[in-house]
Design a protein around this ligand. Structure first.
Ligand SMILES: [Ca+2]
Length: 330
């Protein structure tokens, strides 16, 4: 049951596998000969809100009718201007929050093994761990593992640490963990509209054909050629900024938003499920929208390295490919 609940909550993989009909039949990705070299530098930000950039608001076309079903229907949306973190929140930044407040993340406190009310509480989180069994690789349940002792300080399990990973995005943070950090900073998490507006024009590759986001190259999940420079998560800011000066909105790690998830943009289910609802994980009581895709998104499996892409994630569960950034609304 533990595994079942985790697997259901990790609908990223399930949805990606189930809804890829619109790209099936394309040629497999080519493997480049040269690893793309990343610079990992950040432009200085203004003094008003260090580490944040101003995103001028405006009207935009949100969603698409040409992608996965949950990305439609396309609609017109509008956001007011807002400040947004230049990068995903790093391990160093989250460590400063923990040092100042003594905060313990949900993964450290424990999550329920299953949806049963009397299910035991276990400290841990979901870790991506593919293995070489070709048959097993046909099902996403075999590349996610609920690992006891995995948390933001131990991203690959209890024997791992974040030593040397200070500039990497913090992961294994549940929704309430991300929100607690944001509130400590006097900020918020973005709503889906803000994230998608900010990510406009961001893509896996730039106009010169260079990798502009940390995604997966090769055949997912068994072959990771890391042609873009990183096989797993990358330190923040290693890929070029978008037109607003924001890094890694696409790729690297999925990012939490405060928006409840529904399977379409028509929001007809809002009244019945104010905390969100995902029919692929109907027992989850609160499901939020994740945006941006991650280092696990590949052209042959996920393709969610696009501004319109979105998945639903149980608010009560982080994973090794989920992080966040904050916004400041005027
Ligand atoms: Ca990569």
């Amino acid at each position: 049951m533990q595994r079942q609940r985790v697997v259901l909550a990790l609908v990223a993989a399930a949805a990606a596998g189930a809804a890829c009909a619109w790209w099936s039949g394309r040629a497999p990705p080519a493997v480049a000969a040269q690893v793309h070299v990343q610079r990992c530098t950040l432009a200085p930000t203004g003094a008003e809100h260090p580490g944040m950039v101003w995103v001028p608001g405006g009207k935009f076309a949100m969603g698409t009718d040409a992608g996965f079903p949950e990305e439609g229907p396309a609609l017109q949306a509008e956001v007011a201007g807002f400040w947004m973190d230049q990068t995903e929140v790093t391990n160093a930044q989250f460590a400063a929050f923990v040092a100042a407040t003594g905060y313990r993340t949900l993964a450290e406190r424990g999550v329920r093994r299953s949806n049963a009310a009397d299910a035991p509480i276990v400290a841990g989180s979901a870790v991506f761990r593919p293995h070489g069994d070709a048959d097993a690789m046909r099902s996403f349940v075999n590349w996610w593992q609920f690992m006891e002792g995995a948390d933001w300080r131990h991203p690959d399990g209890p024997a791992s640490s974040i030593a040397g990973l200070e500039q990497y995005p913090v992961v294994h943070v549940a929704y309430e963990d991300a929100l607690a950090y944001a509130k400590w900073k006097g900020r918020s998490l973005p709503v889906e509209e803000q994230f998608e507006f900010a990510a406009q024009g961001s893509a896996r590759k730039n106009s010169a054909g260079e990798y502009a986001a940390n995604t997966w190259q090769g055949s997912f999940p068994s072959l990771n050629t890391a042609v873009d420079g990183f096989a797993g998560a990358a330190p923040v800011g290693c890929y070029e900024a978008n037109r607003f000066g924001l890094h890694d909105l696409i790729g690297n790690v999925w990012e939490w938003t405060t928006s409840p998830y529904y399977e379409r943009h028509d929001f007809a289910a809002r009244n019945a499920h104010p905390q969100g609802f995902d029919p692929t994980q109907p027992d989850e009581p609160a499901v939020a929208v994740l945006k941006g895709g991650s280092y696990l998104c590949s052209p042959d499996y996920c393709m969610r390295y696009r501004p319109e892409a979105r998945i639903g994630q149980s608010r009560g569960l982080g994973a090794s490919h989920i992080g966040f950034r904050t916004v400041l609304n005027r």
